[in-house]
Ligand binder design. Sequence first.
Ligand code: ZN
Length: 550
Amino acid sequence: MIEQERIEHIKAGIDLKTYIEQTTGASFKKNGKGYVCRCPFPDHEDKTPSFIVTPQENLFHCFGCNRGGDIIQFDRMYFNLDFKEAVGRLSPSGSATGQADNRSPLPVKKKPSDLQKTTALTVKERKLLARVHAYYQHTLTEDPAGMDYLKNQRGIHDNQSVTDFSAGYANGTLLNILPEDDEIIKSLKTIGILNNKGKEIFYNCVVFPLYDINGSIVNLYGRNIDDNCNIKHLYLPGKRTGLVNRQAARRSQTLILTESIIDALTLYDQGFKNVMPIYGVNGLIDDHLFFFNRKIKEAYLVFDADDAGRRAAASVSLQLKEKEILPYIVELPVKDVNIYFNRHTPEEFETLLKQVNPKALEQSDKINNRKQSLYQETDQGFIVGYGDRQYQIKGIQRGDTQLKTTIKASADVQGNLPFELTTIDLYSSRSRIWFAKLCADLFKASEELIREDIGKLLTHVENYNPKEKKTDTPKATQEEINLAMKFLKNPDMIEELLSDLITMGVIGELINKVVCYLAATSRKLLKPVSVLIQSRSSAANPPCKTRYYP
Ligand code: ZN
């Protein structure tokens, strides 16, 4: 049994790039944060360099022959060794079999901490950063430009999504509210909120905070709302730390990873809450991997559908496999996930996930939230529910140009929860929009969603056809039936009826009395009888005005 510690030491301790150079004679070129060369495996004739090494993770991958892994896997494949042999070959003391070889010493990998200075923020600086972020959040509500960008340019519908991601907007007014305190200005420069000249670096950006494990803000990401601007993506200087939507990983064993924060926000807004962004194609950081430890079992990589995105997906997949997380790479039919939802629905995205993993369980809350959850007829109308929203409909009045109804909206229309109650004309678009606003506040949902509800309600109301009420008619006995038949077959029925009415004290109005009686006893007969009586009366008597209400 080979000790785990020795294996870890080999994987992390030997510099893979230098090792491959020494072993195979490959010559690497810098490519982003990694290195690329022609594939060193003899059976792969690599015309364009497709073999990459990512020094941060000390892993390799070839896009041509699809080989990939860590240094031990490299040795096994390259020298055709078993695991134990490879580990032996890579052990500093020589080979496992005790045979020393005259190779050059194994290249030692520098620790990431040596490569990148961590400039962790002090407690005071963190507090200051949190205050700056709170101000940016406030500015988002004051200055419409930031929200306008998120809604109209990036298609984020739900204010709640923006709130959940704690988005803010830097419109340059931070400088106006800063106290004249050199200490604070100095700290803001140290953090990187202000540049050396004292200007805001996130000026004109929508801003998102990155949190550490304890929930403090440790970084900010800014996306310039001007697409023509040279630098669109900004972070605070120093080592990239912090996570966005950490709650996602707590909720679930599966996670959707996106290439950018706005992509993650888009999926979140579409109801896919288990989503977390990395920060660009090389943006999977230690915090991610630490956070995924043991909890996350599967990850869907929804990166841009371009070469950089595909390379990033392959490299991230490798790192996830190392952590025993099963990666699924989702190929988008358009450039990125934000563009995808311009034309596609959450249902279609679910299908996309199912294509890479038929057992995919990731679902959009939005779909469930839109599904009809209840339909129940009542005495005066019906109750219909969508997600956890219920609407009780009564008093429907139909007209050619009007469809008035009384609507009660509540999470439980038959309970004592807060509600909205109003009578509106569903054929009036102004009324519908007004009512959607009220209900959006009540349900803390987007107006778009409620307008969709009201659209469905309208169809329900139009199609509503109250069932004939079943009343418990007392059953007549045979004796009663015989009596009734005798009465009905009596040729002098009308005369006898009238004489009864006179006896009761109703004098005159002979014809009306008959009509009244028949109307009260038989609605269906009303029309023919009244016509009959009218024709009789017009022949014998002056015309008689019979009015009745069907
Ligand atoms: Zn290859």
